[in-house]
Design a protein around this ligand. Sequence first.
Ligand SMILES: Nc1ncnc2c1ncn2[C@@H]1O[C@H](COP(=O)(O)OP(=O)(O)OP(=O)(O)O)[C@@H](O)[C@H]1O
Ligand SMILES: O=P(O)(O)OC[C@H]1O[C@](O)(CO)[C@@H](O)[C@@H]1O
Ligand SMILES: [Mg+2]
Length: 328
Amino acid sequence: MENKAITKIGVLTSGGDAPGMNSAVRAVVRSAFYYKLEVFGIYRGYEGLIQDDIKKLNSRDIAYILERGGTFLKSARSDEFRTPEGRKIAYENLKKHGIDALVVIGGDGSLTGAHLFYKEFGVPAIGLPGTIDNDLAGTDFTIGFDTACNTAIQAIDKIRDTATSHDRLFFVEVMGRDAGFIAINAGIGSAAAATLIPEKKMPIETLIERLKVREKAKKQANVVIVAEGGKSGGALEISQKVKKFLPNYDIKVTILGHLQRGGSPTSFDRLLSSKLGVAAVEGLLHGKYDVMAGLINNKVVYTPIKRAIVDDKDVDEEDFRVAKILST
Ligand SMILES: Nc1ncnc2c1ncn2[C@@H]1O[C@H](COP(=O)(O)OP(=O)(O)OP(=O)(O)O)[C@@H](O)[C@H]1O
Ligand SMILES: O=P(O)(O)OC[C@H]1O[C@](O)(CO)[C@@H](O)[C@@H]1O
Ligand SMILES: [Mg+2]
């Protein structure tokens, strides 16, 4: 059953870095060694593939990286890889090193690139969901999401301390370009007054109404969570709109930004990335190409990349309902 043709695999991390990428790379390298394969680290994602920034990895390269945030392979967003010419150069570099299969760790964009590359050149490729955004189907959670949510919640707890002390209303913007997963988790986990996500438009009047009800009920510490890609704008924009309706409120805005992408991965992300790293190598050896390895109900599932990247993973209606009930 094993595909004996694969002897050298390449691994890269691409798109926004995510906590757990290092442990995923480590798991890929360790399991490749277990199956007597050679592994090449491709630095700076597809950019490094095009620029031939490729180095054979040994076990020393992956020592003490499981617990580290970021990605030691570095990451990038490569415009050149979006072009057929760029991908041709990338393919030539793979051939030059004799790399016969690829593990791509990244978000929906990175996996779209891997799918195209497979279609165009037939290089066996398998994707791992590595993004804090959690916006990939075919896995319950993406690598880095849990750590990012924990980081966001810890930061919001601190903001609530000062918000309460000064009777202020805070608008906290969390990451998630087109996805409200971090926002809804942070909203529930930090007892937010409201959570605004890209998937659901909340009219400004509804938000004002909710804040007024809370004021009447003498609820303290109003923190509103806004996903950066929200339909009504970012935290700054929304705070300005609210100020017009509630001029007496002392309003502040905090944008959590890139701090949500850093830090040591949680135990959940370490486990997820380790399991998926092994699944990537075993998947390749069993001829599973153009798929993403994910974890659904704690079982490894291989989903065609084409399906994993489609925009059908929305914030759970139930989570949205719970967030609403708990904030009124
Ligand atoms: N349609 C595409 N065709 C070819 N390559 C692509 C395509 N979309 C994305 N890529 C490649 O993947 C890289 C990363 O994609 P993107 O910037 O969307 O991040 P991502 O992988 O979705 O991660 P995240 O959203 O977590 O930052 C791009 O810079 C590009 O090199
Ligand atoms: O670091 P950059 O390139 O500004 O990208 C920011 C984007 O990346 C993400 O953090 C995902 O990695 C999104 O949530 C965010 O919109
Ligand atoms: Mg993405």
